[in-house]
Design a protein around this ligand. Structure first.
Ligand code: F6P
Length: 349
């Protein structure tokens, strides 16, 4: 292996920089030059006027500074062109022309599909799971998930304090795309009373009934944690008619949101007030936790070792608390198992 490349792709995730640092340290240890590719696969498509916009030689003095920085130094993007075989050829040719004999791809499932295609074009690739969503079934953790959960936990704890002061419930929306893991772990960790996830169908009426149960027990500061993807697993509900007939102006066809959901709960449960917060991108832009950084370091080092040893077409993950690797194709076929038990436990209060 005479040169390797590294890129970060998809939504940024805390720990991506730690992984790049680890790749650089490991490459330096084995005397392999490293090229950082900017903005995910876009940096391989030769669309920029200057090569320096797309690539950068990664030196130890640069990367040591970014190890625990939030965000991703290499920048990131979702690259729609990569769906097209023509652009994948362009990318593979760019790598060959640069003398890059192996690529470390840090990203989520979309990024791994890209790596799988590049492998088929003869470019050895290793994937490191980098996404806050924790939606890759083959691994127990993805880079950024632990940090994102901790951001949500801190936010919910603060929200529960003010909710208690004002005796009012709160709806908190967290990220995760189609995966409810952030919501569920954050709910469990904060003692939140209700959690709503995309994996389980739910209805507005049922949540209102559960909230009413809390109110009847004298708990007036219940927290409803909603995973952002849950709006799609909601049973049909005529928000327009309900809110307008309860004195709250709402537009026809308006999508439901955390704020609207809090308004509905307030009216269905006869409460004086209910509030909402969307934790949002703070989950992605935080400094990585020690757990995420440590995983990133091990994964980065293993990725370089595999490429050096001529092993490719693999993704790195965590199993039984240990870092391991397996074939990309098999990893992408693994089926996610949602922790239904824990979900029931939170909601059965
Ligand atoms: O996949 C990570 C993630 O943060 C999801 O949780 C969220 O739905 C999505 O990315 C947001 O993407 P964007 O940065 O394109 O708004």
């Amino acid at each position: 292996m005479n040169k390797i490349g590294v890129l970060t792709s998809g939504g940024d995730a805390p720990g991506m920089n730690s992984a790049v640092t680890a790749v650089a340290k490991s490459a330096a240890m084995y005397g392999i030059p490293l090229v950082g590719i900017k903005r995910g696969y876009n940096g391989l498509l030769r669309k920029s006027t200057s090569l320096f916009d797309d690539m950068e030689e990664m030196r130890l003095d640069t990367v040591l500074d970014i190890a625990d920085m939030p965000g991703t130094y290499l920048r990131t993007a979702r690259c729609m062109e990569f769906m097209d075989p023509h652009w994948r050829e362009v990318a593979a040719n760019t790598l060959r022309a640069m003398g890059i004999g192996g690529l470390v791809v840090i990203g989520g499932d979309g990024s791994f599909h890209g790596a799988e295609h590049l492998c088929k074009l003869g470019i050895p690739c290793i994937g490191i799971p980098g996404t806050i969503d924790n939606d890759l079934a083959y691994t127990e953790m993805t880079l950024g998930y632990d940090t994102a959960v901790n951001v949500c936990v801190n936010a919910i704890r603060a929200i529960r304090a003010t909710s208690r002061s004002h005796d009012r419930p709160h709806v908190v929306e967290v990220m995760g795309r189609h995966c409810g893991d952030i919501a569920l772990t954050a709910a469990v960790s904060t003692g939140s009373e209700i959690v709503i996830v995309p994996e389980v169908r739910w209805s507005v009426e049922d949540v209102a009934m559960r909230l009413n149960r809390q109110l009847a027990k004298g708990n007036s500061r219940a927290t409803i944690v909603v995973a952002e993807g849950s709006w799609e697993s909601m049973e049909p509900f005529d928000m327009y008619t309900f809110l307008n007939s309860h004195g709250k102006k709402c537009f026809e066809g308006e999508p439901i949101s955390a704020e609207r959901f809090a308004s509905i709960m307030k009216r269905m449960c006869g409460m004086v007030e209910a509030r909402s917060t969307v934790v949002g991108y703070t989950q992605r832009g935080e400094t990585p936790t020690a757990r995420d950084s440590a995983f990133a370091f091990e994964a980065g080092h293993l990725a370089v070792r595999l490429l050096r040893d001529g092993i490719s077409n693999q993704v790195i993950g965590m199993r039984n608390g240990k870092v391991f690797y397996m074939g990309i194709e098999m990893a992408l076929q693994a089926k996610r198992e949602f922790n239904r038990d824990l979900y029931e436990l939170v909601n059965n209060m």
